[in-house]
Write a protein that binds this ligand. Sequence first.
Ligand SMILES: Nc1nc2c(ncn2[C@@H]2O[C@H](COP(=O)(O)OP(=O)(O)O)[C@@H](O)[C@H]2O)c(=O)[nH]1
Ligand SMILES: [Mg+2]
Length: 368
Amino acid sequence: MRTIIIIPTYNESKNITHLINALQKQFKKIRHDLHVLIVDDNSPDGTAGEVKKLQSRFNNIHLLMGQKAGLGVAYTRGMAYAMEHLGAEVVFEMDADFSHKPEDVPRLMAEIDKGADFVIGSRYVPGGSIPKEWGTRRKLISRFGNIVARYLAGIYHVRDCTAGFRAIRTSVLRNIEFADLGVKGYAFQIALLHQVVVLKAKIVEIPVDFIDRTEGESKLGMKDVIEFVLNAWWIRFHSLKTFIKFLVVGASGVVVNLGFFTIFLTADINKYVASPLAIEISIISNFLLNNFWTFSRRKTKDRTRIRGVKFNIVSFLALGVSYGTFVALSIYFPNVAPQLHQLIGIVPATLINYFINANWTFKEVGND
Ligand SMILES: Nc1nc2c(ncn2[C@@H]2O[C@H](COP(=O)(O)OP(=O)(O)O)[C@@H](O)[C@H]2O)c(=O)[nH]1
Ligand SMILES: [Mg+2]
């Protein structure tokens, strides 16, 4: 299997030669066809020159140069090159500063061999560790980054979301639109991980010890931290998009309901007939909008007609919940305006309505 270890570098001349030599030793233990791709952003310390010297000794070293625009941009460029020009079936992300131990490469590769799509060298699973010498600030940034990624961006089941030591099958990467990730710096790590989660790829975390660099300096800046947090919010907003559309449709249903009710009354239709008619029309309009807009991208198992019936059943259930809440609140808080009871009743009804419709009526096939 053609495997490319992608190493972005910026001022790593003191590390890169040792690292490439150490990697070559590890490659001997792996049965696959391994290469190294250095993505250097014109480092002023002459990192590229060191790489060129090694290229005359080894024939599996590649060098890609570019303008410095951030870690994410470097990886995006490197991955595209590895897939288009080097025939990569697997790519690794790895730092140049020995924070990721070359001896761990065969362990990550072994998980790919066992069938994983995305292997994370994880500091936060039992057996993994962060450097003891790290100061409080650095520890906090790392912890905070993971909490933001897990609970804000919603990647709950991954322990180390900010890890930069990963092995990835390109069959997964080829389904990702890199231009749409919209990140330039270190936020790339969670933006990519999030896409991989969305694609339901098989993710495996194995413990690694993260070693503090001894040569050169860290390039992690405040700009990266800010972009990282903003990106986590963006991911959260996107995953709420379906729910927001559902709310918009619900609101349009209220207008349809009252509109038809008024039209029927003007046409002298008895209000006890007009009311359920208007309700049913709004349920149908809600269904059509949800079917062709909110959930339009989903592949569902049922035909439209069956989905319509299910949607109707759920709507009546929601009506019951809304009315039940109204009655309960009216009994327990008789002195509050009934409009408030009616309004509060909408909240659980909407949540139940959304939950059941999203997971039953418009359930995606193969999504259990
Ligand atoms: N090409 C490129 N490499 C970068 C950039 N920023 C960081 N790197 C490299 O990415 C790896 C991780 O960066 P590092 O500064 O060690 O981050 P830290 O380990 O989080 O402190 C190192 O190999 C860096 O040289 C960048 O803007 N462009
Ligand atoms: Mg580092």
